[in-house]
Design a protein around this ligand. Structure first.
Ligand code: UT7
Length: 327
């Protein structure tokens, strides 16, 4: 028995924020953003939208792609660090939207930008254990709501969106071959949203210090991101006995063009095998890999039997890698 991806879907909000838009809001410029990050534009959710709305739509599209209905699901998991509210979880709201009164379990998982890979391990293990047969896993984020449009080093990087996969048990060849996860909480302060939680609940002081916004020490994150992604990729390939040459496609978390270039060159992955959409999306955290996967499938870049490597890095710090043979 293996766990396979039966369908995929993505939702990106209509509104796009270009570098020219950002130039009007903060002291930055298109040239700096393009050369340092590779980002040209990113999506921003509408004022009346929240993470669960995007996750629901991506989920619906993944179900359509799989030829299934919500009634066919046993479990819903949403990977996000930007839920609609602290409780209930975004997945509970997605479950209400998709399943109406049906009581299947749903929960959120927060591993920041590595959330989709963490979700793959949790959900595939639950399916392998026999507890569930079919699950919807969504990576969804609305980071434009949590970045400070007075902090030019962070606000230019992030975008909103959602990507979803339907995972199920299968007897056919292919599926998830191996997953490695890791974390380094000792570096928690490098990417951190300090206010609004139990340590510093919402208050005038938190708002005045702008601590309800994401803070990041980009330089330090950059180096650790490259090192961790390279290492976890090598370890995962070692686990499953694949070489870089065996891979048909590497889907890496779209954090920043320079990080992706560095990882690609260290691993010696040919350009053509490592698709990028960071120029159009920015960093969409847990949504980035499932959005990219859905795009690649839409472009006919993935065929049955292809060997894929999904690799991510994010706040926590966290990292993860999945070796997946397309069924
Ligand atoms: O999923 C993981 C999430 N995190 C990341 O992906 C972030 C990883 N880090 C990075 O991508 C890069 O560190 C950044 C893109 C965030 C920054 O690039 P950098 O080459 O590390 O720049 P820096 O922070 O060293 O800043 C260089 C200069 C500074 O000016 P001074 O001190 O040299 O005068 C910054 O103030 O660039 C300035 N700067 C900007 N200038 C124009 C910072 N942000 C901007 C901006 N526009 N948006």
């Amino acid at each position: 028995m293996s766990v396979v991806v039966r369908g995929t879907g993505r939702y990106l909000p209509e509104r796009q924020i270009t570098n020219a838009d950002l130039e009007k809001w903060v002291d930055t410029n298109d040239e700096w953003i393009r050369t340092r990050t590779g980002i040209h534009t990113r999506h921003m959710l509408a004022p009346d939208q929240a993470t669960s709305d995007m996750a629901t739509e991506a989920g619906r599209r993944a179900l359509d792609d799989a030829g299934l209905r919500a009634e066919d699901l046993d479990l819903i998991v949403v990977s996000t660090l930007t839920p609609d509210m602290l409780t209930p979880s975004a997945s509970n709201l997605v479950q209400a939207n998709l399943c109406k009164g049906r009581g299947i379990p749903s929960f959120d998982l927060n591993a920041a930008c590595s959330g989709f890979i963490y979700g793959l391990q949790v959900v595939s293990s639950l399916i392998e254990s026999g507890s569930y047969r079919r699950a919807l896993l969504v990576g969804a984020e609305s980071l434009t709501r949590f970045v400070d449009y007075e902090d030019r080093s962070v606000c230019v990087l992030f975008g909103d969106g959602a990507g979803a996969v339907v995972l199920e048990s299968s007897d056919s060849p292919g599926g998830i071959r191996g997953i490695r996860l890791g974390s380094a909480g000792v570096h928690a302060e490098l990417i951190c949203l300090p206010g609004g939680g139990s340590r510093r609940p919402p208050s005038i002081e938190v708002l005045e210090a702008r601590d309800h916004y994401l803070k990041m020490q980009g330089n330090k994150v950059f180096k650790l991101a490259v090192q961790s992604m390279e290492q976890v990729a090598r370890d995962t390939l070692g686990d499953v006995g694949w070489s870089i040459d065996d891979l048909d496609l590497v889907l890496a978390h779209q954090a920043n063009r320079r990080i992706l270039d560095a990882v690609r060159s260290r691993l010696e992955v040919p350009d053509a095998k490592m698709p990028l959409n960071v120029d159009r999306m920015g960093n969409t955290s847990a949504a980035s890999i499932p959005v990219l996967l859905d795009e690649c499938l839409g472009e006919g870049r993935i065929r049955s039997g292809d060997k894929l490597m999904l690799v991510a890095f994010g706040a926590g710090l966290t990292w993860g890698c999945c070796a997946l043979e397309w069924a």
